[in-house]
Design a protein around this ligand. Sequence first.
Ligand code: AMP
Length: 191
Amino acid sequence: MNIILVGPPGAGKGTQAEFISNKFDLNKVSTGDLFRENIKKNTELGRKANEYVNSGKLVPDQIVTDMISDWLSSNDNWLLDGFPRTVKQAKSLDDILSSQNKVLNSVLLIDVPNHLLVNRLLERQKIEKRTDDDPQTIQVRIDTYEQETSLLIEYYNELGLLTKINGSQNIADVSVNIEKELLNIKKKINN
Ligand code: AMP
């Protein structure tokens, strides 16, 4: 089963990605985590991504697509957290998958209204101390999501791949809903 997880910053994608990958035994990759690791280690990729990640803007499509293409070539049965983020990235993913004879089974959208996001991210900053969780960068990330990533949602909706999950509930309830949806999707794949 190959799944994409989409949602605004603060939707709880990281937490739910962890849950899904354990429950359904999927290989998980988070592009945000990969960038943060590379920035910490000061690799060439990290140096290229640093300025974008720290200002809350999207890293250029080509850099992200090359990184994920490498990862996909050695992984199957996966969950992508944070990729794609633009329609261009989604189309690149389609090309990568068809060249590797793989299919995307479903896109889960964790849907959370804007007014809940800022508080959640400010709370997270107290614990995780992410440099991009300050009020100004949070706003850039939410705006970027609305401008770029929401078009992606339309793209997958038209392809009939999108499933919306109510992300306003508590973590455990969101997980229960995700599990239900993924069990349905798994059943359809096996039939
Ligand atoms: P995240 O951990 O998913 O919130 O991502 C943190 C940051 O990493 C984002 O604000 C972007 O700067 C960068 N990033 C992560 N995934 C992507 C992507 N698919 N395309 C462009 N930039 C990304």
